[in-house]
Design a binder for this molecule. Structure first.
Ligand SMILES: [Zn+2]
Ligand SMILES: [Zn+2]
Length: 227
């Protein structure tokens, strides 16, 4: 099994590539819109074949992608960028990028691009951004909040993901986010909660559906108590 491709909702598909080298699922998302296809993140350079295959499976090609939103500049999120030659590709100005990626560091700390609202959360990397697709109430969190190295939930790739939520709660309880980073992290969680998402699409592994306000509030409460 090299990758999974599943529908998140009517407009969104998730590609989760199994990266044996890093021992984790790494995700990219395809969103079908009137203006064309949008891609959020793009896995590693070595994963181009999986991006091509999965686009093919949803009846598209790389040239159909008109917008590429990049949560942050790590190689497992920008690697597929060269495939999307017809797309406007954007990232926050504070991220460092490979020169040949043709991704523009034009995102501000808060704004709107196409159907997406975005906010810089600045934890995990200086210019880490979350994107909110209001038409489907879907939040793309990149690695700000993700399931790097975790197995998929028993419910599947797109599910409530109870075990994944529990793992994050325990991680935070055990000091997984360093005290020095906690204020920035908590601020990011509050911004996530403000969007009031129905779906949370992360940079690695499970896509969470349902009761996200409860999950986020629980994390905020733990973090607040620990400050
Ligand atoms: Zn990262
Ligand atoms: Zn990552």
């Amino acid at each position: 099994m090299d990758y999974l491709l599943e529908q998140v909702n009517d407009q969104i598909d998730v590609l989760a590539v199994w990266d044996a080298e890093w021992n984790t699922y790494t995700n990219a998302y395809f969103i079908q819109e009137d203006a064309g296809l949008t891609v959020v993140d793009s896995c590693k350079e070595g994963h181009l074949e999986f991006l091509r295959h999965s686009l093919n499976k949803i009846g598209k090609t790389a040239d159909d992608v008109k917008l590429m939103l990049v949560t942050h500049g790590h190689e497992d999120h920008v690697g597929g960028a060269p495939l999307f030659t017809k797309a406007r590709k954007v990232i926050h100005a504070d991220e460092t990028l490979p020169a040949e990626s043709f991704i523009s560091g034009e995102l501000l700390d808060r704004g709107t691009i196409g159907d997406y609202e975005y906010t810089r959360v600045g934890y995990h990397s200086p210019g880490s951004v979350i994107f909110f697709h209001r038409p489907t109430r879907t939040l793309f969190t990149g690695d700000f909040l993700c399931f790097f190295g975790d197995p998929l939930s028993d419910g599947g790739l797109v599910s409530k993901g109870e075990e994944l939520r529990q793992a994050w709660i325990e991680f935070l309880q055990c000091g997984g986010v360093a005290k020095v980073d906690l204020p920035v992290f908590l601020n990011g969680l509050r911004m996530m909660k403000e969007y009031d998402p129905d779906v949370m699409c992360t940079g690695h592994g499970g896509v969470l559906v349902g009761d996200l306000d409860v999950f986020l509030e629980e994390l905020i409460t733990i973090g607040d108590a620990d400050k």
